[in-house]
Design a protein around this ligand. Sequence first.
Ligand SMILES: Nc1nc2c(ncn2[C@@H]2O[C@H](COP(=O)(O)OP(=O)(O)OP(=O)(O)O)[C@@H](O)[C@H]2O)c(=O)[nH]1
Ligand SMILES: [Mg+2]
Length: 373
Amino acid sequence: MKISIVVPTFNEGGNPAIVAETLVNVLRPLEFELIFVDDSTSKESVEALEHLSREHSCVRYEHREHERSLGTAVVRGFELARGELIAVMDSDMQHPPELLMDMVTEAELGCDIVIPSRFVPGGDDGGLSPSRKLISWVARVLGQAALKRVRSVTDPTSGFFLLRRSVVENASLQPIGWKILMEVLVRGNYERIVEIPYRFQPRIAGSSNMSLREQWNYLKHIFKLILSSSEDRRKYIFAAVGISGVLVNMLVYVGLVKLHLDFWQAAVLSGSVAMATNFVLNDRLTWYDSRSGTAIKRLGKYVATSLMGIGIDTVVLSILAYGLHVDYFVANGVGIIVAMVWNFYANNYWTWKTKRKVVEVALSSTSGSVERV
Ligand SMILES: Nc1nc2c(ncn2[C@@H]2O[C@H](COP(=O)(O)OP(=O)(O)OP(=O)(O)O)[C@@H](O)[C@H]2O)c(=O)[nH]1
Ligand SMILES: [Mg+2]
C-alpha cells in the first residue's frame, strides 16, 4: 500500500461521497486506500459511509459511537492506515484533492512531512469568512509564539497534510481538539518539511463544526504541548527561575541591610546568593536532561555567562541612555531583556550543551526553495 488518506467526518451527509469519488479519480495511478473516521450522530451520515465502502473496495470507515474529537479521529486513522505515506484531509472539499499527487511527489523526493499552505506565495485562504480568518490568524500566531517547532511552518493549524509513516509511528500523540498537525509537529520524528502553496476552498455543503469550545481546547492543547516539549518548556522555566532569583535577591538584601551591612556589601552578597539559587534551580529543573561534566564546571560556566550578561546589560543601557538619549527606564528594560536572551542561549548551548535539532523547512521545488530553521 503506497498511500492511506485519513478523512475525519462528523455529520457530513453526502460530502464524503463527493470527496471519495474525486480522490478515486485523482489517485488512480497509485495504490491507495481511503479511511473515514466518523463520529457522526446522524444516521444518514453513517449510512452514506456504509454505502460508500460497499461501492468502493479502497474505502474503509470506522464509526465511533461514544467519542467525538477531530484530533483523536485522525490518530485512530493513523493506527488503521496501512500505507507508507499517510495523508489527512477534511471531508468537505475545502482541501483540493488534486494536490495529493504533488504531495506524494514531494514525499518521494525525500521530505518527511508535506504541508499545503495558504500562507506562502501562491497560496490563498479565500474560503473563510473575515471573522474566521481573524480567529485562524490569532490561533496561528499564538501557536507559533508558544512552540518552536510550530514556528518554522507557515500553516501549522492546517487540517491538510501528508507524512511518512515513520513520523508518527513511535510518537505518542495525545491531541486535544482539532489541531492535529501541531501535535505531529511537536511530537513527531522528522527532519525535512516541504510546504506547497494552495487555495483553500469554501465548504461544498453542510455547516462548520468550529465552536467556542474548540477555541478553548486549542489553548489547552498549546499548554499541554509546551509542557511536553523540552525545547519550549525550558524557556518558560528559565524565566520563572529568573523571577525567583529577583525575589531571593531582594529578601537577602533587605535582611543583610537590617543586619547593618553596607549597601554595596549587601548587594554583592545577595546577588551571589541569587546567582547560586538560580544555578541550582536551572541545573535541577530547566536543563535537568542536558547535564554533562561536573557540577562545579557547570557552575563556573554559569557564573561566567551571568557576569558577561551583566556586562552586556551595562553596554546596551549605556548606548541607549547616553548615546541615543532613550529614557533611562526603557534603556534599562531593553538591557535586561538582551542580557536574559544572552543568558538563555549561552547557558543552553555552552553551560548545559543542549543538542540542537535542526529541521529544514522548504518551499516545494516548483516554487523555489528557502531554508528556515
Ligand atoms: N471524526 C470527527 N470529525 C470531525 C469532528 N469535528 C469535525 N470533524 C471533521 O473535520 C473536518 C473539519 O471540520 P469543519 O467543520 O469542516 O471545520 P472547518 O473546516 O474549520 O470549518 P468550515 O470552514 O466552516 O468548513 C470535517 O471533515 C469535519 O467533518 C469530530 O468531532 N470527529
Ligand atoms: Mg471545513
